[in-house]
Design a protein around this ligand. Structure first.
Ligand SMILES: Nc1ncnc2c1ncn2[C@@H]1O[C@H](COP(=O)(O)OP(=O)(O)OP(=O)(O)O)[C@@H](O)[C@H]1O
Length: 272
């Protein structure tokens, strides 16, 4: 399908009882008890072959449709990133099913689609191809992307000479220049400095308004409220609750955080 062709019937994601387990072949059983009691991470158990597994996602049943802009909240290791990878098709469910219809742009794994040995310019093209663009489309917008990144002469240097934030700038430049149908964002993109982030947020908001569906994992309620209109609480690999941003922040962090995000959203609406 050409990158500009919309998916017939609209974009959608449907998961039914989807589970994702990570087998850990070199786990030390002595340390397991501690991990089970920890508040971070998914449950640790054993599969039918008695291999230790991390149950990163458990029985995820979820329907997402065109226009959905949903934020994911939850503790460290709750399963947010794993869910984004499941929704992008990068991970297959260990059990259950996940059906994805639409062109997905995953914006979390900065290493994917990038080559440390080639220049920033070349990586712009490569990453665009990875996200379903044609070489011609990428060449047409490479200068605009280069300007956005403000990386100057570094764009002629191999990517391995870049800092983490510089790589994020490059990846953000590419992703905000395309038109994905399903946008999956991880807050890891926050590795850039404050000045650049201000500019990137505007571009991201624009990208989100162009895309058919957004799922965004974030530890920042404000950032979540800027891009999403509903939220879902992931807790130890399960969907604990889905609802409005205010509802979910209140349930996850308590009434004070809920009131604070409600006031923030009101201010956002007032100021347009
Ligand atoms: N490649 C992997 N191999 C083994 N376990 C993994 C792997 N990736 C994630 N996990 C485990 O899966 C669980 C969910 O991790 P995930 O990264 O999805 O959490 P998260 O909600 O995104 O966390 P954070 O907010 O800290 O980024 C954790 O227990 C983690 O240890």
């Amino acid at each position: 399908m050409s990158p500009a062709t919309p998916t017939p019937g609209g974009v959608s994601i449907d998961c039914v009882d989807a589970c994702v387990d990570f087998p850990i072949f070199d786990a030390k059983s002595r340390s397991l008890k501690k991990a089970v009691l920890g508040s971070a991470g998914g449950a640790i158990g054993r599969n039918s072959s008695n291999v230790v597994v991390v149950e990163a996602l458990k029985d995820i049943t979820l329907s997402l449709r065109e226009g959905d802009r949903i934020g994911l909240v939850g503790h460290n290791g709750a399963g947010k990133s794993t869910l984004l990878r499941l929704l992008s098709g990068i991970y297959e469910p260990t059990r259950g099913a996940a059906r994805i219809r639409g062109r997905v742009a995953p914006v979390f794994d900065l290493g994917v689609g990038m080559d440390p040995e080639i220049t920033g310019y070349e990586n712009i093209i490569i990453r665009g191809l990875f996200l379903g663009q044609t070489r011609k489309q990428m060449k047409a917008k490479i200068e605009e992307i280069a300007d956005f990144t403000e990386l100057g002469d570094y764009l002629d240097m191999p990517l391995r000479t870049y800092s983490t934030g510089m790589r994020v700038r490059l990846a953000m430049g590419v992703v905000t220049s395309i038109d994905p149908e399903i946008l999956l964002l991880d807050e890891g993109i926050g590795a850039v400095d404050a000045e650049f982030m201000k500019k990137a947020r505007v571009k991201l908001a624009d990208l989100v308004s162009r895309s058919g569906m957004l799922v965004f994992a974030s530890h920042s309620n404000e950032f979540l409220a800027q891009l999403c209109d509903s939220a879902m609480w992931i807790d130890h690999g399960r969907i604990r609750q889905r609802g409005s941003i205010e509802e979910i922040v209140t349930a996850y962090e308590g009434p004070e955080a809920g009131r604070s995000i409600a006031a923030y959203m009101e201010r956002m609406t007032r100021e347009g």
